[in-house]
Design a protein around this ligand. Structure first.
Ligand SMILES: NC(=O)c1ccc[n+]([C@@H]2O[C@H](COP(=O)([O-])OP(=O)(O)OC[C@H]3O[C@@H](n4cnc5c(N)ncnc54)[C@H](OP(=O)(O)O)[C@@H]3O)[C@@H](O)[C@H]2O)c1
Length: 230
């Protein structure tokens, strides 16, 4: 593996946190971030010794450079942060839409820009999108749009910043993730050919594959049990 830390932006909860725990257990140096430095540090300490947690707010991209100033070499970068903007066009909330659009498109890109002097030719990056880009629901306009943006953003990144590898992961509904746990998901299950919901472990495994396989580049990987087939 390339020299440097595994940096997980949006690593204080859900999938990012599970990935942080995975790489810590593998013996890698892990940095995880959420918006608030105290909360990020506390969660880093829960995961284990040596994990650190600076605060980074992607919805204010002009602050990212300062927030990541103390970070050294980065071998693996994961951009998993999300703020859920349920936003129907008939009652359009501009502030919510701007915040999510900024964090996922400008914030993700600015994070990569800021870290360029700390990424090496052997580094790799995974951006989190999601299947809402292909299966919209009422109120998903911003989520659908930004996740669609992720699927094309990786293409320009992989070309402009070669030989660094850039891939995107698009999970379906992750049934045991904190956001979905306890919510009724029978309709999702009924449309999933594998007859099981995607799990956090499935998504961690797929993310590690994208990060570590040296020939995989510019790929949008769907981890959804074939949800779109039905
Ligand atoms: N869960 C699913 O079923 C599912 C399905 C498809 C796609 N995805 C994608 O997978 C990724 C992870 O989802 P998740 O459900 O695991 O998320 P989650 O549990 O809601 O965690 C979101 C993370 O984003 C951070 N965050 C929120 N606002 C931020 C901001 N302005 N700047 C920086 N960080 C911010 C949160 O940190 P703080 O709260 O500490 O600030 C937290 O670490 C997302 O990109 C999502 O779109 C998830």
């Amino acid at each position: 593996m390339a020299e440097g830390s595994v940096l997980i932006v949006g690593g204080t909860a859900g999938l990012g946190r599970a990935l942080a725990a995975h790489y810590h257990e593998r013996g890698e140096r892990v940095i995880l971030t959420g918006r608030d430095a105290d909360r990020s540090s506390a969660i880093a300490a829960e995961i284990g010794e040596g994990v650190v947690g600076p605060g980074v707010d992607l919805s204010h991209p002009d602050t990212i450079s300062r927030s990541l100033a103390a970070v050294g070499a980065v071998s693996r970068l994961v951009l998993a942060a999300i703020a859920r903007d349920t936003n129907a066009v008939r009652e359009y909330d501009i502030a919510g839409a701007i915040s999510l659009t900024t964090m996922k498109l400008v914030g993700y890109t600015e994070t990569i820009h800021v870290l360029l002097d700390r990424l090496s030719d052997e580094s790799s990056v995974v951006l989190y999108g999601g299947r809402a880009k292909d299966r919209p629901y009422p109120g998903s306009t911003t989520v659908t749009t930004v996740n669609g943006g992720i699927s094309t953003l990786i293409r320009t990144l992989a070309i402009e910043l070669a030989p660094i590898r850039f891939n995107a992961i698009h999970p379906g509904i992750v049934g045991d993730s904190p956001f979905w746990e306890g919510k009724p998901l029978d309709a999702v299950l009924a449309r999933t050919p594998t007859k099981r919901l995607t799990t956090m472990a499935d998504v961690v495994d797929a993310t590690v594959f994208l990060l570590e396989n040296r020939a995989v580049n510019g790929v949008n990987l769907y981890v959804d049990g074939g949800w779109m087939l039905l």
